[in-house]
Design a protein around this ligand. Structure first.
Ligand SMILES: [Fe+2]
Length: 190
């Protein structure tokens, strides 16, 4: 059975490995193999970034993406790994160039997939489905307090990462999601 305390303990063992990034990816692979068990514990009907653990060396998040929501381009300034336990996550990658950032690739992650991101990665995320997505995101550092950048999704102008701005995006996505759920419930009632 999946258990958050065991996951966090195993993450601590993994980051002490000579190859912490590889050890975390292996841990996520075995974790999301049993994605149904993980979803039983972590799935929610509210989009958001839920902090399961945070320290200067390690951050573990339970990220819930609302149906079809998009999160603007951002960076982490630390390595990361993503494991999907439900739904799908479309990552768009960017690289810094003259005059800003340019899209430089994409990766669709499905349930059971695990993907590692380098220290310099810049990405935006779409949920390409009309159903929610659940993902475990692990970071090799203090994701909560490390200063970093995000980029305006329309102009791609760089600015300081703002948790308030990100939370506003999730709040809007939740409004749309729950309005849609209300519509579906109304329709099924008639
Ligand atoms: Fe990210």
């Amino acid at each position: 059975m999946f258990d958050v305390d065991t996951l966090i303990a195993d993450c601590h063992i993994a980051i002490a490995d000579p190859d912490p990034r590889g050890a975390i990816r292996e841990l996520l692979v075995t974790t999301v193999e049993n994605h149904g068990d993980v979803a039983d514990v972590l799935a929610k009907d509210e989009a958001g970034i839920n902090v399961l653990f945070n320290s200067p060396e390690l951050t573990v998040l339970n990220v819930i993406w609302a149906p079809n929501m998009t999160l603007l381009p951002h960076e982490h300034r630390m390595w990361a790994a993503i494991g999907i336990y439900g739904g799908a996550e479309q990552n768009i990658f960017y690289r810094r160039g003259t005059g800003g950032i340019q899209a430089a690739g994409e990766k669709l992650l499905e349930t059971g997939d695990v993907f590692g991101l380098g220290v310099d990665a810049i990405h935006s995320i779409d949920n390409p489905r009309g159903t929610p997505t659940g993902a475990i995101h692990v970071y090799g550092g203090d994701f909560v307090n490390t200063p970093r950048s995000l980029w305006d999704p329309d102009t791609l102008v760089e600015e300081a990462y703002s948790m308030a701005k990100v939370q506003a995006i999730f709040a809007r996505a939740n409004e749309e999601w729950h309005a849609q759920l209300g519509t579906d419930l109304d329709e099924s009632a008639h």
